[in-house]
Design a protein around this ligand. Sequence first.
Ligand SMILES: [Zn+2]
Length: 429
Amino acid sequence: MAKTHSDPHVTDRLIGPFAQLVTLEGLPLKGSLSDKQLIVQQAAGIRVRGSEIIETGPFERLAKAARADKTEIAELPAGSVGIPGFVDAHTHSCFAGSRAKDYALRNSGSSYLEIAKAGGGIWDSVQQTRKASPEILEALLLKRIRRFLAAGITTLEVKSGYGLSVSEELKMLRVIRSASEKTDMDLVSTCLAAHTCPKDFQGNAQEYLQLLETELLPVLAAEGLTSRLDAFVEQSAFTPREILPYLRKGKAMGFHLTLHADQFTAGGSAVAISCGALSADHLEASGPSEIQALAKSEVIATALPGASLGLGCGFTPSRALLDAGACLAIASDYNPGSAPMGDLLTQAALLGTFEKLSNAEVLAGITFRAAAALALKDRGRLVAGHKADIAIFQTDHYNEILYHQGQLRPFQVVKNGRLYLSKNDSHDF
Ligand SMILES: [Zn+2]
């Protein structure tokens, strides 16, 4: 029987034994990491109170204490390796429709314009998402969330950005909030109303951004719908000159900023630095000067290998960013257009192969460094005081996890201190 505390909902639990527990404790936020820096506890356990880690240490010692005070023990099978639950800090998981036709056309050599003429491109996702009722959108999002949880992701950022009008952006953000009340997943929402200039505005970006400033941002603040603003800074979306007033206004209202930056042409990362954004995401087109500037700044550089794999483009210069001293997070960019895979572990493992990243760098990029990109300091390491979010793999060594390039899935996921995984949740799109 579980130990009873003054709050009847808070129970202590001991989880283990772990053949290896990779805690990621003590690693710095910025710069390169070697695998020798990883602290690996052998034959370890994690004592949890409610959703929080109280202690990690030798399982036998913790089990003895647990038996003495009748704490519940969630016993794991032999050969269990625990690492912090993953944080996917950049996704567009709230959408309707499929862009499989775009994918086929693009791979057959069609240009961006030809795909748009055939009814594809982002505007297709906007129309599908506008057409979908809040109930349908929420059901789609919740289905995807179950898949992410089963893959070991315990904190998920979700952007709006397929509404592109005040009312439709609000619809998306309210759907994300409603979904977050129905799942154990921690959802972090971001307003990406500045995804691209909507067709309704016939290329009049300033007018659209001004409308967002006056009609949308005050509602976001009043309803507490999100604390984060994102924008796509690119010649084909918003130029630095166009977007800066909007970002400054958002910052002045207290929003955290994050940007789609340097994906096809450089320029966005400088905007991110000048605005004090939390993160600059993409960076495939960042050159030596952008890399140096990011490394000197507090802006987190988020690589999105899913977009490189979806578009068949080069990867974010992750090795160079880490060597320069930047903080590198890795996220899936899951979206129906350019990154349809939505599999963070596979993508992070592949980025490691192509960019020559140590296991420590990859694991840091999808845990505590990604949490920092969301301004979350209470997760991403298995240490006292952090959330008890754990991805557990059936293997005898943590090296096996990235070695299998995403094919070794967690056999159990602990979310908020509770064993979560159900076998039906794995590959449901
Ligand atoms: Zn994105």
